[in-house]
Write a protein that binds this ligand. Structure first.
Ligand code: AMP
Ligand code: GLY
Length: 417
């Protein structure tokens, strides 16, 4: 088969890496890809949101299956456009992508279908939103409704901060139209977990759990990022918790997707907060997570092309997903300044000196005249499997110091807290 993977991050490198291991695959193209995907796929110079460009490419290159990495093309309707032309594509359609594309849409879905979530109110006017603050205690959470590159969620410790945030989003329009509506939400104090699921016609089939580290600094300090470390499985996921999630969350999501005619063939990422043993949904994404993909795919023993094809024809079953018991851990190296402004184009050295068993997924790299250089805030995810967390962690921290680029940062406590 000829495959097209859309996107350019660590998630897409993970996908290309895993797909390349399938004996069903003849050729993988990645649009636009990065320095890592270039090792296992052919990068093509088409941006992930250039739907016409992607469609023309797929039509002209005998693409048998397209797999969408990021949310933007999904929200723009890439799946609908490909399907109109009879092309096979894995991902949420435009309507279902609103589960990620609009916080208000997803909160209303959860409310309607009894999916446990934080109490919330939605506003599209500054004065009403300021009044609405009275219904919440502090800290509270303010979320821009639309897609804001992971920056649209602000945790406010005081009323002053909340008013400032509402002013920034609703009046100063720092997120443009993506922030013309805000959701104000109760703050949930618990431990986060990510549960990615295959969605297939009328089924939602969970993968193994993962734990993402969102904060930039050790000790979970500093601003939120896209995720700078991750491991799988999450030890929180006891049999008892998984039963609760199945019964109270997945079951209600399945019913909700059916009732609202939102079923699709792709991935549903359920962002959970576990509060005193009780699971609540923080958010939905309609795509693989990053860096969750980097720790899930090395543990997945099943053929990913097989799973995707079965997900597309509706025949996938839980038993099709086979996992190793090993723990997988990843530590993301980042550019100085991330998640704020950062420079790109620094030469990356030392990769040839690290142990063979370490898997390096590239998040933001690019070849410039044969030199591998930094090309993003998140640069590379240093990943290892081990029969315990300790073993996997030791492998990574023994090697990560051998990699270098100007301003390299990474957390030292992934897998420890
Ligand atoms: P979201 O995009 O909605 O997942 O929010 C991004 C991050 O903000 C989450 O991964 C959490 O770390 C944090 N967050 C979002 N909503 C809440 C909430 N209601 N309570 C506590 N933290 C939250
Ligand atoms: N790591 C969180 C996400 O992919 O949204």
């Amino acid at each position: 088969m000829n495959l097209l993977v859309i996107g350019s991050g660590g998630r897409e490198h993970g996908l290309c890496w895993k797909l390349a291991g399938s004996n069903k695959v003849k050729k993988i193209y990645c649009a636009p890809g990065n320095g890592g995907t270039a090792e296992v796929a052919e990068n093509i110079d088409i941006q992930a949101d250039d739907i016409d460009g992607l469609l023309n490419f797929a039509l002209n290159h005998n693409i048998d299956l397209t797999i969408v990495g990021p949310e933007d093309p999904l929200v723009l309707g890439v799946v609908d456009r490909f399907e109109e032309k009879g092309l096979k594509i894995f991902g949420a359609n435009k309507k279902a992508a609103e589960l990620e594309g609009s916080k208000d849409f997803s909160k209303r879905f959860m409310e309607r279908h009894n999916v446990a979530t934080a109490k919330y109110r939605t506003f599209n006017n500054y004065d009403d939103a300021v009044k609405g603050l009275e219904e919440f205690s502090y800290p509270l959470v303010i979320k821009a409704d639309g897609l804001c590159l992971g920056k649209g969620v602000v945790i406010c410790a005081s009323k002053d901060e909340a008013i400032d945030t509402l002013d920034n989003i609703l009046k100063k329009k720092i997120f443009g139209d993506e922030g013309s509506t805000v959701v104000i939400e109760e703050f949930l104090n618990g431990i986060e977990a990510s549960l990615l699921c295959f969605v297939a016609d009328d089924k939602v089939i969970p993968m193994e759990s993962a734990k993402d580290y969102k904060k930039i600094y050790d000790g979970d300090k500093g601003p939120n990022t896209g995720g700078v470390g991750c491991y799988s499985p999450s030890p929180l996921f006891t049999h008892e918790l998984m039963e609760k999630i199945d019964k109270d969350i997945i079951h209600n999501i399945v019913n909700g997707l059916k009732k609202d005619d939102l079923f699709f063939n792709g991935i549903l990422f359920i962002g959970l907060m576990i509060v005193d043993g009780e699971p609540l949904v923080l958010e939905f994404n309609v795509r693989f997570g990053d860096p969750e993909t980097e720790v899930l795919l090395p543990r997945l023993q099943s053929d990913l092309v097989d799973l995707i094809e079965k997900s597309l024809d509706g025949s996938i079953e839980q038993s099709d997903l086979v996992w190793t018991d090993d723990v997988c851990l990843t530590v993301v190296t980042t550019s100085e300044g991330y998640p704020g402004n950062y420079e790109k184009g620094y030469k990356i050295t030392g990769l040839e000196t690290i142990d063979k068993e370490i898997i390096v997924f590239h998040n933001g790299t690019k070849y410039l005249d044969n030199d591998l250089t930094t090309n993003g805030g998140r640069v590379m995810s240093i990943t290892a499997l081990g029969n315990t967390m300790e073993v996997a962690r030791n492998k990574i921290y023994k090697n990560i110091g051998k990699i270098n680029f100007q301003g390299i940062n990474y957390r030292n406590d992934i897998g420890q807290i």
